[in-house]
Design a protein around this ligand. Structure first.
Ligand code: UDP
Length: 243
């Protein structure tokens, strides 16, 4: 990877634009072996603080994109400018568009059963020539992971879209990605819910002012505890920068 890497609370983040991320994935699809892509937001970064295993999982990923305005803010605190976010739903949409000619096979893993099936229907309708290798909801039970991986391997997919929430999806890709026999595994959080229409993307206003977290909180107040990780993350970053 040629793009510059920065560290936020000791975690690797690649200073990549969406265009560079797509080019990186395109190259990875030509290679043998698994390429792991993580879309990192402040919540995962905060969760990784003091967690050696999760830190290693992130730092050993092949590409860590700056998902979330918290990461862009943190980068600026370290004197690094990141020009744009590369978040799961945008990356997924771009990939579906780019390979809508059927040149690469997709497997979609994650979301609740109804949402997964709705998302699959919508993707098939929007991209009729896409190589849709299969989908499964994300509640298959950890003990069935090996069987799940065998199903994905049999599907012939080379891109695994894991939408089971971070960091579970990222652990899953790291553990079972090779067995899935895919070339690229990407964690995209709640993106299938958005494609299914069961969750809504924050309107432009919220995105523009980096208030997507506020929109998600207003829509789903049960996210309060999760949202509270944002100020904690910001405090940790400030402390780290002043050291
Ligand atoms: N999910 C899943 N399997 C699980 C837990 C969660 O497939 O064991 C799905 C959940 O249904 C939702 C997504 O993972 O579609 C997580 O969405 P969220 O918005 O919380 O993720 P984020 O984008 O914040 O990582």
């Amino acid at each position: 990877m040629n793009s510059a890497e920065i560290r936020i609370l000791g975690l690797k983040v690649n200073k990549v634009t969406m265009g560079e991320t797509l080019a990186f994935i395109d190259e990875a699809l030509k290679k043998d072996g698994l390429t792991r892509v993580i879309t990192l937001n402040a919540e995962i970064a905060y969760g990784a603080y003091g967690d050696e295993e999760l830190t290693a999982l992130i730092n050993n990923a092949d590409l860590v994109t700056p998902d979330g305005s918290g990461i862009l803010w943190a980068a600026s605190q370290y004197g690094e400018a990141i020009s744009e976010r590369v978040c799961g739903i945008d990356l997924l949409t771009e990939l579906l568009q780019k390979y809508s000619d059927g040149s690469h096979g997709f497997y979609f893993l994650g979301a609740k059963p109804e949402a997964a099936s709705l998302a699959a229907k919508k993707i098939r309708k929007m991209y009729p020539h896409l190589q849709f290798c299969g989908y499964h909801h994300g509640y298959f039970g950890k003990e069935n992971s090996e069987d799940m991986a065998a199903i994905i391997a049999k599907s012939g997919a080379d891109i695994l879209i894991a939408a089971m929430g971070a960091p579970f999806q990222d652990h899953w890709i790291a553990t079972y990605g090779e067995r899935c026999n895919v070339k690229v595994g990407i964690g995209v959080g709640g993106s299938l819910d958005i494609l299914a229409g069961v969750a809504k993307r924050a309107p432009n206003f919220f995105q523009e002012f980096r208030l997507e977290w506020l929109y998600r909180l207003l829509k789903d107040p049960s996210r309060f505890r999760r949202t509270m990780t944002l100020p904690k993350f910001m405090r940790l970053v400030k402390k780290d920068c002043n050291r």
